[in-house]
Design a protein around this ligand. Structure first.
Ligand code: ARG
Length: 596
């Protein structure tokens, strides 16, 4: 494992050295380097520096350039405009840096120097309820953040804060107590996720109807809530059956999503029960929460209702019951105190932002969060239908996540099949077996859904448009998957040519562009991790696939056959591109089939 400094950081270092040699008084100034269209890089830092030193920026820039000794990384440093530096690196430097990346299993991506422990709260559906697109977003974005952070060396603890507690269970449990065989499964047959959900749905509907029509049942259901909260064993055993039935369903959906959710990481709201009373006591003792009309509340200067009155965070209701906030505050104590988190990340719908703002502020006042332990809500926007309105079925119901996933896989499978048919017609050869078509259909369909979710910044609403998602041309996962498969197929046709880096060769423009972009992988990963912004990685990968497409059009690898060294060097670029695409997509939770 060797971390490889990127070209950008090497250039930055050379410029910084030149700067401090030319202007010792400005030794710590930042050259402000960035990638550029005009040259490989551009540095704008001298403008601000000249202002500070009251000098002429062009003169200063010229002095800096003169102070940079000749070397084999910088081919040209040119002063331009009012005092920018345009920097071109040598072809040799590009290929040598990439060769060092290729020699490393991690593609030269360094571990973060400030790695800590992050607890990620994501994929948190609710017991006895159908999962919807909001749960999809949390799961997909959360899982990507888990992978990205772990790749940078962060210790990650996953927490699936499922909604498994609350007064709604009184009704369900009471119904099951009175109809005890409703959730019986014969021991031989395994219950499918679909069956589990339909059992729960049926129970929910019938018990709800009873609750609304039968006063006696209503009273018994309310008494059941009290038993549940008091920890009555028989009641808990019935409650557990709902949780177990729901988990069968959850896991089937996560499985469809090609996502690994471990049972030990599922710590739902109920998991913090034993801490709730103490959390309230501590908040009251510290003076963070106060009694108001019987309830225990935390007030904020900047949180007011439409009438101008303050809206408090209620940690305990006047009837003594604890709610969502008390649970989240207890979870913070657990995650910081027991799990030793240095960061808490919540992948939750933006519509819960006020809740988290108040919860985090309360925790800070109580001293549970501080400069060493930070909390952040990675808030995501709403999924919209094609019409731009919140995603609903034609009947106005929320769309069932499973239906959506099934449809995505179906569409993707027909795209894959069509391509395979084309290939057969053109070549007379079979590209994929039927089993491969089915498998690829899943990878492409599920990949498409994940990619769409990850390709815009999470905070934005996005339109769920399956046609666009499985389109072969455009910013889609299948475009990237095809680029990957195309590269893999080249290796089958390359005969005795193997990937070998040749730093002595001059590079074609498309090779340079691809090479420079490949070199930016580590920085992109670091940025996506630090900013909790998986969409930056997505954008990077899309651009990589696009640059590869241009390279593929302009720089023949196999036919017409170039000189041996050129072919080897191009294969080397192909190989590194494939590995970077594969690694990047894996971080996003998207598969890259070898043949497509
Ligand atoms: N179960 C909640 C929902 O479906 C999301 C839970 C978010 N996490 C949390 N710690 N509050 O909306």
């Amino acid at each position: 494992m060797a971390s490889v400094p990127s070209l950008a950081s090497t250039v930055q270092q050379r410029l910084a050295d030149g700067l401090s040699a030319a202007l010792p008084e400005a030794a710590s100034a930042d050259p402000l380097l960035r990638r550029s269209d005009r040259a490989d890089f551009q540095a704008n830092g001298i403008l601000a520096l000249a202002k500070r030193l009251k000098g002429n920026p062009r003169e200063l820039a010229t002095k800096v350039v003169e102070a940079i000794p000749a070397n084999d990384v910088l081919k040209e440093v040119e002063v331009s405009g009012p005092g920018f530096l345009n920097i071109t690196v040598t072809d040799r430097a590009i290929v040598e840096t990439l060769a060092a990346r290729a020699a490393d299993a991690r593609l030269g991506v360094p571990f973060s120097e400030s790695a800590g422990t992050t607890v990620i709260d994501y994929a948190q559906p609710n017991v006895a309820k159908e999962m919807h697109v909001g749960h999809l977003r949390s799961a997909v974005i959360g899982a990507a953040m888990v992978e990205i952070l772990e790749f940078t060396g962060e210790t990650v603890v996953r927490r699936h804060h499922i909604g498994d507690w609350g007064t709604q269970f009184g009704m369900l449990i009471q119904y099951l107590v009175e109809h005890p065989h409703e959730l019986d499964h014969s021991s031989e047959s395994e219950v499918s996720g679909e069956e589990a959900m339909s059992n729960l749905d049926r129970l929910y509907k019938t018990s709800r109807a009873l609750f609304d029509s039968d006063e006696g049942f209503k009273t018994r259901a309310r008494a059941r809530v009290v038993d549940l909260q008091a920890g009555d064993e028989e009641t808990l055993a019935f409650w557990q059956r709902f949780v177990d039935e729901s988990k069968i369903y959850f896991y089937s959906v996560f499985d469809k999503l090609d996502m690994d959710i471990r049972d030990t990481d599922v710590v739902g709201e109920s998991g913090y029960n034993d801490m709730l009373a103490e959390t309230c006591r501590l908040l009251e003792e510290k003076g963070v929460a106060v009694r108001s009309e019987g309830a225990l509340c935390v007030f904020f200067d900047d949180v007011k209702g439409p009438d101008g009155n303050p809206v408090p965070l209620i940690v305990q209701k006047s009837d003594g019951g604890f709610g969502y906030a008390a649970t989240d505050l207890s979870a913070i104590r657990d995650r910081v105190g027991s799990l030793k988190a240095t960061s808490l990340l919540y992948v939750v719908d933006a519509r819960q932002s006020l809740h988290f703002k108040m919860v985090f502020e309360t925790a800070r006042r109580a001293g549970w969060l501080n400069d060493e332990v930070k909390a952040h809500q990675l808030a995501f926007g709403t999924v919209l239908g094609k019409d731009g309105k919140p995603f609903k079925t034609r009947e106005g119901e929320t769309v069932r996540l499973v239906d959506l996933l099934d449809e995505a896989v179906e569409r993707a499978t027909s795209v894959v099949r069509e391509k395979a048919d084309d290939y057969r017609e053109k070549t007379g050869k079979e590209l994929l077996t039927e089993a491969e078509i089915v498998e690829n259909g899943q990878y492409v369909g599920i990949g498409a859904v994940k990619y769409a979710d990850l390709s815009t910044s999470a905070a934005r609403d996005y339109k769920f448009d399956l046609d666009q998602m499985v389109s072969l041309n455009g910013d889609t996962s299948v475009y990237i998957q095809y680029a990957y498969a195309r590269i893999r197929s080249i290796f089958g046709r390359a005969g005795d040519r193997t990937p070998v880096a040749h730093p002595e060769l001059e590079l074609a423009p498309a090779e340079r562009a691809l090479g420079l972009h490949l070199d930016g992988f580590a920085e992109t990963v670091a940025e996506a991790a630090a900013e909790y912004a998986p969409h930056k990685l997505t954008a990077y990968l899309y651009q990589l696939a696009s640059l590869y497409t241009t390279f593929y059009d302009q720089c023949p690898v196999v036919k017409p056959e170039p000189a041996r060294e050129v072919a080897e060097n191009r294969l080397f670029l192909c190989d590194l591109t494939a590995r970077t695409l594969h690694q990047g997509m894996a971080l996003l939770g998207i598969r890259t089939p070898e043949r497509l």
